[in-house]
Design a protein around this ligand. Sequence first.
Ligand code: TXA
Ligand code: MG
Length: 312
Amino acid sequence: MDEDQAIGQAIARAAAALRAGGLVILPTETVYGLAADAANPQAVAAVYEAKGRPAFNPLIAHVADLATAQRIARFDERALRLAKRFWPGPLTLVLPVADETAVCDLARAGLDTVAVRAPGHPLAHALLQAFGGPVVAPSANRSGRPSPTTFLDAIEETGAAADQALDGGPSRIGLESTVIALLDEPRLLRPGAVVRGEIELLIGPLSEADADARRSPGRLARHYAPNLPLRLGALTPLRREAFLAFGPTPSRDQVWNLSPSRDLAEAAANLFAYLRAADRSGASGIAVAPIPDEGLGEAINDRLRRAAGFVG
Ligand code: TXA
Ligand code: MG
């Protein structure tokens, strides 16, 4: 059997598991997800259970293409423009729901809106095509832990609840998708790999997520936290601290360099794996070098502030 056949069979097994109401560890270009049939409330309940996630925090419906997305959500002109430019890719749109059974009530946490995204990873795309309908896939971490960016981290977090698992290698981007709500004025609910400037070029200025918890439910949950205390904006580590460096730095024990060349995409791809490694190192805490807030830096700093417990 050649490699293509083996991949085809793994996809067929994963699609069958979804149809049977099972859970699948799914690689995407952002982070690994824990996938289930979006229309099946029992399967969706099993996802919340496996993550220990509060049921008021809704899930993203993943689709193979724009046509499938348009069956479940109402796209206005702005939504179409963004989807055509950035899909398949790391952008999630929160839109008015069009079909309340295709993405069940529990998956939407009872809201009349739905979050949709068409992921770019070839295995995710192949599974979504084979399955045919929308698939919920929150990040495959247990609630409150860093998102998994490698197959092994995903298995360690929620593998015990999964019926099938697809190994797609390390996540190329390493941070979760950008989430934009297009309900009234466009709002940035979660900064991510598609950066603010690229979106504003197409649809104009983005407002911040508002305080209305019904419209930004995810902001209530604690997120991305390692076990050790995190100290941000640190120029050098204290004696017993692990250090996440950014830029040229003398290499020594307990230093993980997010990007020696100060490349933000490289730093994003390394962030969660290095947080996990530093967390396991036996240090007393984790110091993190300052990261510039431009472009992808906005999403990196958002995740770091959440990990340090400053937001949500
Ligand atoms: O990159 C990603 O988006 C990954 C991969 C696996 O696709 N998935 C992911 O899912 O990060 P999750 O469940 O960890 O994060 C989904 C975010 C949460 O902050 C949630 O509150 C928000 O999207 N969200 C989902 N539905 C929403 C809705 N109807 N209104 C507002 N926010 C919503
Ligand atoms: Mg998550």
